[in-house]
Write a protein of this length. Structure first.
Length: 147
């Protein structure tokens, strides 16, 4: 995570700008289809993981990708003068309707894939934040897929 915004002592969101996850598939006509999810953000208020979804030559900014459950409550510890740690586990990651469209259209999935997209639990996200000094700054430039 490269960014953390806080309201009181409860984060309202966070993200990993500059990161990307690419999917490729040869469709039934042997045409390569692609979907890229990039610049991930977590909205704790709405319980959504968002990302820029690029498919069919268009980028759909801040597309809701997963819904989630807070498996463990957020544990924030502060120690004077400047030591902050935070830990939380998010589970029950399921695709949103918008993400199902991105996967189906972007990868040209066959109809039998829909029930799989509907029922697959995509695992957990573990948030483990520790404050430390860095030799060089974390990149903050968003990932942009090549055309």
């Amino acid at each position: 995570m490269t960014k953390l915004s806080v309201q009181g002592l409860k984060p309202s969101g966070g993200g990993s700008i500059g990161s990307a996850l690419g999917f490729e598939r040869l469709n039934d006509e042997d045409v390569l289809r692609k979907l890229v999810l990039a610049n991930f953000m977590i909205d704790f208020k709405k319980k959504l993981v968002l990302a820029d979804a690029t498919y069919n030559g268009q980028t759909h900014a801040s597309t809701p990708i997963y819904t989630f459950n807070e498996q463990s409550p957020l544990a924030i510890k502060y120690k004077f003068p400047l030591s902050i740690t935070a830990y939380q586990v998010l589970d029950k990651l399921f695709l949103t309707p918008e993400a199902k469209v991105a996967f189906t259209e972007g990868l040209d999935l066959p109809p039998f894939a829909k029930p799989i997209l509907d029922s697959t639990d995509y695992g957990t996200i573990t948030i483990d934040v520790k404050v430390s000094l860095r030799n060089k700054p974390v990149p903050t430039r968003p990932y942009v897929p090549a055309p």
